[in-house]
Ligand binder design. Sequence first.
Ligand code: NAD
Ligand code: GLY
Length: 355
Amino acid sequence: MKKISINTNERYDVLIGKNILGELGAYTLEIFAPCKLCIITDDTVNLLYGDSVFDILSNSGFDVYRYSFPTGEASKSLDTYGRCLEFLAENKFSRTDGIIGLGGGVAGDLAGFTASTYLRGIKFIQVPTTLLAAVDSSVGGKTGINLSQGKNLAGTFWQPSLVFCDTATFKTLSAEIFLDGVAEAIKYGIILNKNLFEKIYTDAPITASYDKLEDIVYSCIKLKATLVMEDERDKGVRQLLNLGHTIGHAIEKCSNYKISHGHAVATGIALITKASHNFGYTDLQSLSLIIDILKKHGFITETSFTSEELLPVILSDKKRGGSNINLILPTKIGSSEIREFPVNSLDGFLKAGLK
Ligand code: NAD
Ligand code: GLY
């Protein structure tokens, strides 16, 4: 088992290993004395892992409850969030009880947001079961839900007390959903670490049976940990993690969430890098390598959405600050920058990516 310690306002560990789920009870006892725990998960993950996690925690002396919601991004809503809160209140959860977020980013974001607001905040543990949740959403304490006006428009910063990642759970992911996480892993390589990029590039395509998967997960989380510890509240360097996300979120929303987060981010990375190259910020060789690594994994590097469709969504993005917006540009492989653009220049920049 590999361990990464994260020192934010709260200090916590991220544990990564293969076939470690059976040890979850023992590690949970290091966080909570026996108490009520509510597993928040979706219906798919509940069927696959809900009973095992329930039994593992019960056998360790916890009084376990479970709230399962319909699978999918549409459940990351005010409605589901309200139901989670009411489920805890109906079952008389107190400040010393806790939550287990079991599943992908949707379950993790909902579990975290619920934990951060129930009784003004209770402790929670993230048990990510998608690669995307493992390398990104389970670590760093961003929680949230979508509003009808856009993604993640309501949320909090609330760090988990433990992240427990069993990579064996990725075996049941469809290839498409596994790839959502690969897009984020590629992102880390592009923005921060040439070695990671080269490893993924050389061994592409990365699949759930890739024998160095724990190493990739470990490297990604280690990189994220560095940024989160320097900038927990996302005011500066943490924003580098948003490479491809501003356009990616707009693609997700324009597709009515039929295009998933990771696939939309992959296309967003391709488009922002093309625009960045056209404006002279990214060299041609880096652009070619980035498009290549995305194509090696079967990601789509163009979009049929026009700038007229994407721009209004981008302008409603929460990352916009007044008349300017920060975009993340890859300067070369392993290095990137945050550049502020006036919103009235965005149309031209976006069109340069769509050419
Ligand atoms: P998800 O939670 O919807 O999971 C994707 C699909 O995989 C679902 O159908 C789920 O039921 C299924 N699934 C999960 N684990 C499985 C397993 N082991 N076997 C089989 N099926 C499994 O989506 P996701 O891609 O994990 O996460 C996307 C969400 O994460 C988005 O809402 C995004 O905004 C959010 N996110 C948050 C952060 C953050 O920092 N909080 C970062 C990145 C993304
Ligand atoms: N997923 C981006 C962040 O955690 O900041």
